[in-house]
Write a protein that binds this ligand. Sequence first.
Ligand code: APR
Length: 234
Amino acid sequence: MLENLLSESRYTVVFTGAGMSTESGLPDFRSSKGLWKQKDPSQLASTDALNHNVNEFIEFYRERVLGINEFKPHKGHFILADWEKRGIIKSIITQNVDGFHQLAGSVRVAELHGTLRNLHCQTCGKEYRSEEYINEEYYCDCGGVLRPSVVLFGESLPSEAFDFAIRESEKADLFIVLGSSLTVTPANQFPLIAKDHGAKLVIVNRDQTQFDRYADLVVNDKKIGELLNELNKV
Ligand code: APR
């Protein structure tokens, strides 16, 4: 079924969440072993945490920066990059901040929630590489605190990525969600925008989502890596 949808489609857009990177070794957020099962995001991944809980904030994000340097894109990331080169997919809208799609060679990628690959000073905005956190450098030359260039709860999404995601969702005739619980707005609106503009919607996710009822196809019984590998052989 999905291979037919892919071969019939003229403009396929892929939307990824943390489930795309669990097979690389990175935890997701809301499944049974997810990050938010052990920690409270509002106490860590928020501007409030940055302003009032800075040591715990830095410790939490240093762990995650170490994670994206320890783990690597898996075969599924490379298959999506190859599919972009072959025209099978046109773009990727990702909620992930690990940079694995670009590391695997994908080019047309919108990072809705920013990236853990860079830091910037909360005071003057000067940009740094996230290696500063690995080297335990947490402050800017100006004295301001360095924070990852990710979207924290309470912050708005980067407009360029957001606008790109809207345009791609409106152009899609096939919109494939890979590994997202679709619980966080406004990111979870893009599958609906695509559907509203006539796209077929496919949701590949181990757990059920609140949007399954809008999908033309739901795949719960296959891991993303396994499914992409099978499709790549067709
Ligand atoms: N194959 C298929 N599905 C998987 C796999 C896999 N290998 N691994 C995990 N999943 C599914 C889980 O069942 C889960 O429903 O991926 C989904 C990931 O959902 P979340 O953990 O909620 O991650 P995500 O949807 O990306 O979260 C969105 O929340 O905390 C914020 O900014 C953070 O970008 C993140 C946003």
